[in-house]
Structure formats: structure tokens, C-alpha cells
Write a protein of this length. Structure first.
Length: 196
């Protein structure tokens, strides 16, 4: 495991640090980088990051390459204004999508104009690209938007419903799809576990 500090000297970047639905890392479709949502500002002396307008506290996409280089490929003074900016993802071809509270899934650029593409769910948490489709979580489950649209209004399909098993309400924060392959061995099976 390796840690990378986000440079603060020339262009500050912050996250709330206390919100349970912020801070997710999403791997790009091409596997070359991780993206994360935040705010292009230093720590605030008063007020909240999410509650600040995007003009006063721009919303920013942070991106870290496998080499450790960190960039902010998208900064917006309009998206998720006075709302929580929670998750971002890229296809690795300079297209970025973000989500949060109150605005839905939004295409944020850079190869076309910014546009909100999904508004049926508005309290969103984490998004990823799987098999060329956008997937995201909302309180009740995991949803899919077919393809990676840059404009228009997409109708999401709920692919996993979270019902909960205990007291309180269910709430989806992140997800993973796992492919299981079964191989038949002619002689013997071997299984190993390592601790890193």
C-alpha cells in the first residue's frame, strides 16, 4: 500500500472529512487512475464545504494516476452548488461524471458541455463504470444508466435493491460486482491465503 499527499500549495483541495457518503475512490474504466470528489478550497474558517455555493467553493474532481501524479481535471462553479459533491468517475478518455445530493448524475466534461443526465434519484453516493455502463448507489440500492451519456435524460434501472435486515432503514453506500470462475482440476486443488 502506498499513500500520496494531495498538494495544497498552488491549488488547495478539501473534503468534508466527516460525511459518511463522501471520500469514495472510483477506478477509471481503463484502470489507469482513481478519481474522487471534493472542493477546490482550503479548510473553511466558518461554514461548511457542502453548504457553500459552488461559486464560493468550486466543486473539483481529483485524479491520481498509477505514477502518483495528482491533478484536478474538472473544476466547476455551478455543479452541486450548496449541495454535497460525493463521487466521480472517468472513462480514461477525458470524460468525467459526478454525483451528489440534489442534482443527480452529471456529466462534467471535458469533451462535451456539462449536463445533468439523471434526475430520478437525487441523494446519490458512489458511482463506477462497469462494462461500459454507469452504475451508482442511492439509499435504496444500486442503479444502472446504460452507456456513458454526455447529455440527455437517462432513466436509471435499479439492479440491486437494498432492503436491510435489522432495525432502521437500509442504505447503500458502495458496491462491487464479482465474477467467479470455476476451474476443474484433474489432480489436486490448491488454495492459499496471504497476509499483506
Amino acid at each position: 500500500m502506498q499513500s500520496f499527499a494531495i498538494p495544497q500549495a498552488t491549488t488547495p483541495f478539501s473534503m468534508t472529512g466527516s460525511a459518511t457518503a463522501e471520500g469514495a475512490l472510483s477506478m477509471s474504466q481503463d484502470g489507469a487512475s482513481l478519481t474522487f470528489a471534493g472542493y477546490q478550497t482550503a479548510r473553511l474558517a466558518s461554514g461548511t464545504l457542502a453548504g457553500s455555493t459552488a461559486v464560493a467553493v468550486p466543486r473539483a474532481i481529483g485524479q491520481i494516476a498509477a505514477s502518483g501524479s495528482i491533478t484536478m481535471p474538472v473544476v466547476s462553479t455551478t455543479a452541486f452548488s450548496a449541495q454535497s459533491f460525493r463521487s466521480t468517475v472517468t472513462d480514461g478518455a477525458n470524460n468525467y461524471w459526478g454525483l451528489g445530493v440534489g442534482q443527480g448524475v452529471t456529466y462534467l466534461g471535458n469533451t462535451a458541455a456539462a449536463a445533468t443526465i439523471e434526475t430520478a434519484q437525487t441523494t446519490l453516493r458512489v458511482e463506477n463504470i462497469v462494462g461500459g455502463n454507469l452504475f451508482f448507489t442511492a439509499a435504496g440500492g444500486v442503479y444502472q444508466v446504460t452507456g456513458m451519456p454526455q447529455s440527455g435524460t437517462a432513466i436509471p434501472t435499479q439492479v440491486i435493491t437494498t432492503t436491510g435486515t435489522g432495525t432502521g432503514t437500509s442504505s447503500s453506500y458502495d458496491f462491487a460486482f464479482v465474477t467467479v470462475q470455476v476451474f476443474e482440476a484433474k489432480n489436486a486443488w490448491s488454495y492459499g491465503v496471504t497476509q499483506g
